[in-house]
Design a protein around this ligand. Structure first.
Ligand SMILES: Nc1ncnc2c1ncn2[C@@H]1O[C@H](COP(=O)(O)OP(=O)(O)OP(=O)(O)O)[C@@H](O)[C@H]1O
Length: 239
């Protein structure tokens, strides 16, 4: 069988001497949309950051993208290999415009891959068009999140990692964001890994669900299978 797009094997990582992830095994197939759910502090962000080599220290295991070992690669090299993280805190630059913030993402394009044009971006995110010339500091939380996602996809990544993309956003914005992510996945074939606490959003944008608890994957299945076992929510999610 072909390699999955991303394969994580027996991954251990943490911060300094504090171990957080304890032997994670996870395969993400090209074209899939996958949710990673878990309580506060379960290790969701740590896993995404470890995939990007953006902070946590790896103490064991392996991450491969298309069979290529990511181990020696710095974060910028991982981005240019096709991994893109939209972090929880969005990191919008306050004193440049929306268009300029988004265009910065084009620097992560893989060799031989043309980033999207701004026209393509506006077609994908029409809600941002009226704000194209607005400074980053003058955006709402929902607008900032959409800018962060647009910046994340402009380089046409192979795998988009979204860390709690709708945390703190109003329900109408959550629905809008779900529509955008679904479109990127279904119409443009983007492979997506989303961490979330918002179950209905995660359900709307993904096909498979993994649960993480105390740094270990404790469940993997379809949403249908997840729903068939109501004890999972009580055991592993704070809902
Ligand atoms: N920079 C850091 N230095 C030390 N410990 C950290 C650091 N970042 C996170 N941790 C610890 O690692 C553990 C996992 O945190 P992580 O942020 O991965 O959880 P999470 O599942 O993403 O939680 P949340 O849903 O609250 O964002 C927690 O115990 C947290 O305190």
């Amino acid at each position: 069988m072909a390699d999955p797009l991303l394969r994580i094997e027996a991954l251990h990582s943490g911060y300094g001497d504090a171990a957080v992830l304890h032997g994670i095994d996870l395969a993400i197939e090209e074209g899939s949309a996958v949710a990673l759910l878990g309580r506060n502090g379960a290790g969701k962000s740590t896993l995404l950051k470890t995939i990007l080599n953006a902070g946590p220290r790896v103490t064991g295991g392996r991450i491969t993208l298309d069979g290529r070992d990511m181990g020696p690669l710095a974060p910028d090299a991982r981005a240019r290999a096709g991994l893109m993280l939209v972090p929880e805190d969005r990191r919008i630059f306050p004193h440049i415009t929306v268009a300029e913030n988004i265009a910065l993402g084009a620097h992560a394009a893989r060799p031989g891959v043309k980033p999207m044009t701004m026209d393509e971006i506006w077609a994908l995110f029409p809600a941002l068009v009226p704000f194209a010339a607005r400074a980053g500091y003058a955006l709402s939380g929902g607008q900032q999140q959409m800018v962060a996602v647009a910046r994340g996809v402009i380089a046409r990544p192979r795998l988009l990692l979204l860390d709690e993309p709708v945390e703190g956003l109003a329900p109408v914005i959550v629905d809008q964001m779900a529509g955008e992510i679904r479109r990127l996945h279904r119409d443009h074939g983007l492979t997506v890994l989303v961490t979330e606490q918002n179950l209905s959003f995660a359900r709307a944008v993904t096909d498979q669900v993994h649960l993480i608890d105390s740094g270990q994957l404790v469940y993997s299945g379809s949403w249908h299978e997840f729903d068939a076992d109501p004890t999972l929510k009580a055991r592993y999610l704070a809902v």
